[in-house]
Design a protein around this ligand. Structure first.
Ligand code: SF4
Length: 270
């Protein structure tokens, strides 16, 4: 059997800007339907299995049960996340799940240089860990996509306040980023989850409002911002891992290059 390979679907800034205007007052399901029709198998739901990602997955699954779903196992996830992933796979049996892992050589070099809990020592080292364990595996996956679904919402954090429902992702090769829930509130997300029996991560019932790796996530106190439980020991640092916004810290990029070079033997060759 000859396998059909779908052509790449590419937009420029002007085109995607016009589509973003058209879609801006549309419901998330309409945005997702447009994206599935436009990109077919060249789009995937990229999710860390948080509430928003589960809503997007649920909506996409109803339209295209064999939807691709990409998630990253950083190696430091809470046990609850692993158990939840199994539940999600059972709940959406036709979806095609892809669990990505970091490059073990890069992790080995990083841990040898900085220790296994480097993220507590300094913001650049935390960003380095996020980069090696989370961002780089995703970069590999995004290279083979023309678009990706995110669960981003404008009200989540200052760096997300201006996102469009569809936009070009210039940090990842100019593919299209589909933020179908951009204008939803947290209440709308949870209303959808309850109304549609969408599975949700068990740590939400323990006071967590944003869930990532075990050593870098905790529950929040009353009155705290929803993302306050992520990297809570840091002050004046972005509550981002680097996948959704370019992060300039100085002293981080150089370290990334050194680790990549050593991990892949380039330094020895010189
Ligand atoms: S959240 Fe923490 S453990 Fe996970 S990749 Fe980032 S720094 Fe590393």
């Amino acid at each position: 059997m000859v396998e059909q390979v779908q052509q790449r679907v590419v937009f420029d800034d002007l085109e995607i800007g016009e589509i973003a205007v058209e879609l801006d007052d549309k419901e998330p399901q309409d945005v997702i339907a447009w994206a599935l029709e436009t990109f077919g198998d060249r789009i995937a739901v990229v999710t860390a299995l948080q509430a928003e990602g589960m809503v997007v997955l649920d909506m996409a699954y109803r339209l295209k049960p064999d939807i691709r779903v990409i998630t990253v196992d950083t190696g430091r996830l809470p046990q609850e996340t692993y158990e939840f992933l199994d539940r999600v796979r059972e709940h959406y049996p036709d979806a095609r799940f892809e669990v990505l892992f970091p490059d073990y050589r890069e992790v080995e070099v990083m841990v040898r240089k900085h220790g296994v809990n480097l993220f507590y020592k300094a913001v650049p080292l935390r960003l380095l860990c996020c980069h090696i364990r989370k961002v780089r595996p995703l970069l590999r996956a995004l290279q083979n996509l023309d678009a990706w679904f995110t669960g981003l919402r404008r009200e989540q954090w200052a760096s997300r306040a201006n996102i469009k429902k569809v936009e070009l992702d210039h940090d990842h090769g100019g593919i299209v980023k589909v933020n179908a829930l951009a204008d939803w509130t947290k209440e709308e997300v949870w209303d959808y989850i309850r109304a549609n029996n969408v599975p949700y991560h068990p740590l939400y019932d323990k006071g967590y409002t944003s869930i990532g790796c075990a050593p870098c996530t905790r529950s929040i106190q009353p009155g705290e911002d929803d993302r306050a439980g992520r990297w809570w020991w840091e002050t004046n640092a972005p509550k981002e891992c680097g996948i959704h916004c370019p992060i300039e810290t100085g002293g981080f990029e150089h370290e990334v290059h050194a680790i990549l070079g050593e991990a892949h033997g380039h330094l020895e060759e010189k």
